[in-house]
Design a binder for this molecule. Structure first.
Ligand code: SAM
Length: 248
């Protein structure tokens, strides 16, 4: 997968993308990322990329032209136009499902806004999709872009040791993960659940499914309403939910 990021702060993105699991995936060639400084594409002699919004007294808005010129330069000569995403609090909220879909694309181009955002006309001209990372406003699109890249790259083949690593995790199947434990067996008088020490795979799988359901019920009950559940799952849920619908 090839990822291009158009930003006013390329170093901010590069630094993060060089570290840990994502950095290793990059070094292994699982994905390629290029961070482009939008300021390099302005024709203004003072390297300005923003101006005041029409009929507003507050803030600055990123201008169309440097962004458009950056996009044109980065995509020039390519056989396929990348899928263009503008990180924006006005976009659809990012989900695990959307991350999985994006992981199947061969190239994406991510536009990061700053200040008051971006002139609407360049969004109309080049953007395929606006994505938000939540209903709150940040100062820039760099953190949202990194959130998106991290969540997409970890689903590319070879980033994690195997697909179980993310398929078992929260949100992949619509439920949260079960609780997990590591050594020591007893900590602050709290014991690791006996079943996990038993080595009995079928019982462990049953316990995990039950815990997954209960964890979701307790922490994010609204996810249960839309999850795909088997009759056995419903039986487990009914056992733990009071007649008025509250969990014990
Ligand atoms: N004036 C814009 C509005 O009210 O919709 C907000 C602009 S915000 C201060 C500056 C930039 O940060 C945006 O252009 C966007 O790229 C990024 N941004 C802020 N919050 C975001 C979020 N929740 N998700 C994705 N991007 C966000």
């Amino acid at each position: 997968m090839r990822i291009d990021i158009a930003t006013l702060f390329p170093e901010m993105c590069e630094r993060y993308l060089d570290e840990s699991i994502i950095g290793r995936a990059k070094n292994k060639g699982i994905f390629e990322v290029n961070c482009h400084n939008i300021r390099d594409y302005t024709l203004d002699k003072h390297r300005r990329v923003d101006d005041t919004p029409y009929s507003e007294q507050k803030g600055m808005l990123m201008q169309c032209d440097p962004i458009f010129r950056c996009f044109e330069a980065v995509t020039a000569g390519r056989e396929q136009r990348p899928h263009v995403i503008y990180m924006s609090p006005q976009g659809k909220t990012l989900t695990q499902k959307r991350c999985r879909e994006l992981a199947s694309l061969s190239s994406i181009f991510i536009l990061c806004g700053h200040y008051e955002g971006v002139d609407e006309r360049v969004i109309e001209e080049i953007v395929d999709e606006e994505i938000s990372i939540g209903d709150y406003v940040l100062t820039g699109g760099e953190l949202p872009a990194l959130v998106l890249i991290d969540s997409v790259v970890r689903m590319l083949d070879g980033t994690l040791s195997n697909t179980d690593c993310y398929e078992d995790e929260s949100h992949y199947s619509g439920l949260l993960e079960y609780p997990q434990y590591t050594r020591p067996e007893v900590w602050h008088e709290k014991k690791v659940p006996e079943v996990l020490l038993s080595g009995h795979h079928a019982n462990i799988a049953k316990w995990r499914r039950e815990q997954r359901l209960l964890n979701t019920l307790k922490k994010r009950p609204e996810l249960i309403d839309v999850a795909v559940l088997s009759p056995e799952d419903l039986e487990i849920i009914n056992k733990y939910v009071d007649f008025d619908g509250t969990s014990e």
